[in-house]
Ligand binder design. Structure first.
Ligand SMILES: Nc1ncnc2c1ncn2[C@@H]1O[C@H](COP(=O)(O)OP(=O)(O)OP(=O)(O)O)[C@@H](O)[C@H]1O
Length: 373
């Protein structure tokens, strides 16, 4: 196959990816259980979930290294469900860079073009451009073992974008890197995404990585989507108890809820009853049932702030951490409560073992059916 490329810089227009009722079984294991995802052209989507939730299987199905048991995958207007991986023209970057050790960096990057029959002068020119795009101009003559881990991962990126794929698939590409390098590469990949306009699907089990990098995040558990939406939505209004516990820090208080719609009250372990605003119930509640009241640690206010519900916490620990302090305490029924207090807070009254009063602003309360462990 001989492909003609315009000789401007490395540019790739993203294509939309549509995943429909995707199911993948490995004997008795249901790895992916009816997943629907629409990724817009040029969007950055993260697949986030605990180990074994099906992230890699979804990505491998899009890549063509796994074929689904049922369902369909299309890219742009093409149905790729059963098209072999090497015919899909999608870019891939994995955790282990899988560079060819015996080849120079330039040959590594030019390799996909060689496979596509691009003439030598053209493929080296394009490989040089791709290296410049990942800020490795001038490194072409080195061998992979002469580069740092981060540089090797950039080479892998350059190799994945050199043939201008419509979609870039990445499976935990940064997990082998140390923290600083990982953060640097997160920014680098975001920059590349913005510059190239390419569609990215990125697998990670690191929630902060997903929240900071992606336009939207799909949260998975047991092969099913729990929630899909922009980071802010996931953080501020998790759709269910699993997402509430999985994304960020959350306090959970088991309660008994009564009522429905705009008229819900909860009975706390202390015997107090709170009348909640209608906005609190994330999922529908029916009659009298076990429920969990959830609130982010940074939404708790020290003292009686007169704008919500007050409650008492026994102070177990206060950790000073510069911009904010973390208070760890317990309710009378020994439920743990964490509060993140602004750095300027006066913590002098919070002696260990003493009782502190906190306010939960009404609009910060989320209520889910079920029970927290
Ligand atoms: N080739 C296979 N044969 C049998 N079971 C498999 C195979 N690949 C995956 N599974 C199972 O499918 C489920 C989903 O696996 P998958 O690798 O997609 O999860 P993941 O979310 O990517 O996990 P991790 O973060 O650990 O990589 C798991 O229960 C896993 O054991």
């Amino acid at each position: 196959m001989n492909v003609n490329y315009p000789s401007d810089k490395v540019q790739a227009a993203g294509a939309a990816v549509r995943i429909r009722r995707l199911e993948k079984r490995f004997q008795s294991v249901i790895a992916v259980d009816g997943v629907d995802i629409d990724v817009s052209a040029g969007e950055f989507l993260a697949l986030l979930g605990p180990s074994g939730s099906g992230k890699t299987t979804i990505l491998m199905s899009v890549a063509g290294f796994e074929f689904p048991t049922s369902g369909s995958i299309s890219v742009g207007t093409e149905d790729l469900t059963y098209v072999p991986a090497n015919k899909r023209n999608l870019g891939m970057v994995f955790q282990n860079y899988t560079l060819f050790p015996h080849m120079s960096v330039l040959d590594n990057v030019a390799f996909p073009l060689k496979m596509r029959g691009v003439p030598k002068a053209e493929r080296y020119a394009r490989a040089e451009e791709a290296l410049a795009t990942v800020r490795l101009a001038g490194y072409g003559s080195r061998h992979p073992n002469q580069l740092s881990g981060g540089q090797q991962q950039r080479v892998a990126l350059a190799r994945a974008i050199v043939y201008r794929p419509r979609v870039l698939l990445m499976d935990e590409p940064l997990s082998a890197l140390d923290k600083n390098l990982r953060e640097e590469m997160q920014l680098e990949i975001k920059r590349l995404h913005a510059e190239l306009g390419i569609t990215v699907i990125f697998v990670t089990h690191d929630q902060s990585e997903a929240l900071t990098m992606a336009d939207r995040v799909a949260v998975l558990k047991d092969g099913r989507i729990q929630q899909i939406g922009p980071s802010r939505e996931l953080y501020e209004r998790p759709a269910n108890l699993f997402t509430a516990g999985f994304i960020g820090e959350m306090n959970f208080i088991n309660v008994t809820a009564e009522g429905s719609g705009g008229n819900i009250s909860v009975l706390l372990p202390s015997g107090e009853r709170w009348q909640l605003p209608a906005s609190a119930a994330v999922e529908p509640l029916t009659g009298c049932q076990k429920a969990v009241l959830a609130v982010r640690p940074e939404r708790l206010q020290l003292g009686d702030a007169h704008n919500g519900f007050t409650f008492r916490v026994k102070v177990d620990d206060v950790v000073y951490a510069g911009s904010a302090s973390l208070l760890i305490g317990t309710l009378p029924d020994s439920t743990e409560i964490r509060a993140r207090l602004p750095g300027a807070s006066d913590l002098s009254a919070l002696a260990l073992g003493s009782t502190a009063v906190f306010t939960i602003p009404k609009e910060a309360i989320l209520l889910y059916p079920g029970a927290a462990q």
